[in-house]
Design a protein around this ligand. Structure first.
Ligand code: DIG
Ligand code: MN
Ligand code: MN
Length: 387
């Protein structure tokens, strides 16, 4: 297998990923900026299918309308020249000092209103370029001190903003779905809606919950020490996996946005195995960036590495499904003699009566050996390439 990305793999990158200048809290940029057009060509050259952006990745916040139109025209031409599409767009509601105390949840009503205006304009731009998913990552929606905000009031502001924007899109006739992207902290000390679970619960408090799903990011769940595939599976089960941000992360660290598979090989395998087994048809979006030490040749290697590792894990998942010894173990683990079918499914009073009277051999239940060490070792050997 050549592990070369194809359009049908639906690999996408944000402009901000391969366009990351290598700045960090203790260091200035190490790479010269490339234009959005140059970044589109860079991604096309590595085999990406699509490109995503925050409004200001493409159009500087200081741009005039005329400058905006020129930038958008150039970008559209680059998309035509390369065949890349724009599946997702989002708003930068975190970089400008105006948002230092939040955007939708800022204590300042003028900031909250400005955030709505900026987002409506960004949505217009995203739709103009073909986006079908709109991401809300509330990087500044949170606190350093809970003395500064009434949390319930903040959530009400958040809800009001999302309801307003969903209605705006309905008014405009936009064919757009919204994806909330959770993160526990950084840049704020505590960010509201910190996990996929919290975001899923919040969606059900909105006026149009059907228009909202989640955009889980691997690093963001792993920052909290959570199991990313479990979070993605719960979102999928709820019909709310509208998009996904793939990267990697050492647990318990700040958001590292490493190349996909650079750190947690097993987590990457189980995530890819899940997405492929359920037939996820959305973008495989890499929200990651190259090491600070990278030049643009290494940035290209970073982008290739994200996609290659995904394709290698996809091949490993197929190998897992075809491995005779593994599949025999899984069959044994999930053996079912049918004797409990009388109690499964919907409740009935007869079932409850019969189940309460049923004689279980509790000791025997605790003695059944489960070959999980053998199974996981087979997976490890498959991933290490010795099977
Ligand atoms: C960070 O993980 C966030 C921002 O980069 C962006 O708003 C979102 C889109 O994937 N991810
Ligand atoms: Mn991140
Ligand atoms: Mn992200």
């Amino acid at each position: 297998m050549d592990y070369q990305p194809k359009p049908e793999d639906r690999f996408t990158f944000g402009l901000w990923t391969v366009g990351n200048l290598g700045r960090d809290p203790f260091g200035e940029p190490v790479r010269d900026a490339l234009s959005p057009v140059e970044l589109v060509h860079l991604l096309a050259g590595e085999g990406a299918w699509g490109v995503n952006f925050h409004d200001n990745d493409l159009v500087p916040i200081t741009a005039t309308t005329a400058e905006r139109d020129l930038i958008v025209a150039d970008f559209k031409r680059a998309l035509v020249d390369t065949g890349l599409c724009v599946p997702m767009a989002t708003t930068n509601l975190f970089a400008d000092p105006a948002f230092r105390d939040g955007a939708f949840t800022s204590n300042d009503p003028k900031v909250r209103a400005y955030a709505l205006q900026k987002t409506m304009r960004a949505i217009d731009l995203g739709v103009e370029l073909g986006a079908k998913v709109y991401v809300f990552w509330g990087g500044r929606e949170g606190t350093e001190s809970d003395a500064t905000k009434n949390t319930v009031e903040a959530l009400k502001h958040f809800r009001e903003a999302l309801n307003f924007l969903a209605s705006y899109c309905q008014d405009q006739g936009y064919d757009l779905r919204f994806a909330l992207e959770p993160k526990p902290n950084e840049p704020r000390s505590d960010i509201f809606l910190p996990t996929v679970g919290a975001a899923l619960a919040f969606i059900h408090t909105l006026d149009r919950p059907d228009k909202f799903g989640v955009n889980p990011e691997l690093a963001h769940e792993q920052m909290s020490g959570l199991n990313f595939m479990h979070a993605v599976a719960q979102a999928w089960d709820a019909g709310k996996l509208f998009h996904i941000d793939l990267n990697d992360q050492k647990p318990g660290r700040y958001d590292q946005d490493f190349r996909f598979g650079a750190e947690s090989i097993k987590a990457a395998f189980f995530l890819v195995q899940f997405l492929e087994n359920v037939g996820y048809s959305g973008s495989r979006h890499f929200d990651a960036h190259a090491y600070r030490t990278a030049d643009y040749d290494d940035v290209r290697a970073f982008a290739r590495g994200c996609m290659r590792t995904y394709l290698i894990m996809k091949a490993k998942a197929q190998q897992f499904a075809q491995d005779k010894e593994i599949q025999e173990l899984l069959q044994a683990i999930n053996a079912d003699d049918g004797s409990m079918h009388q109690f499964s499914g919907a409740y009935s009073a007869d079932k409850a009566t019969a189940l309460k009277a049923f004689a279980f051999d509790r000791v025997a239940l605790g003695q059944r050996g489960l070959p999980y060490e053998r199974l996981d070792q087979l997976l490890i050997e498959l991933l290490l390439g010795v099977r």
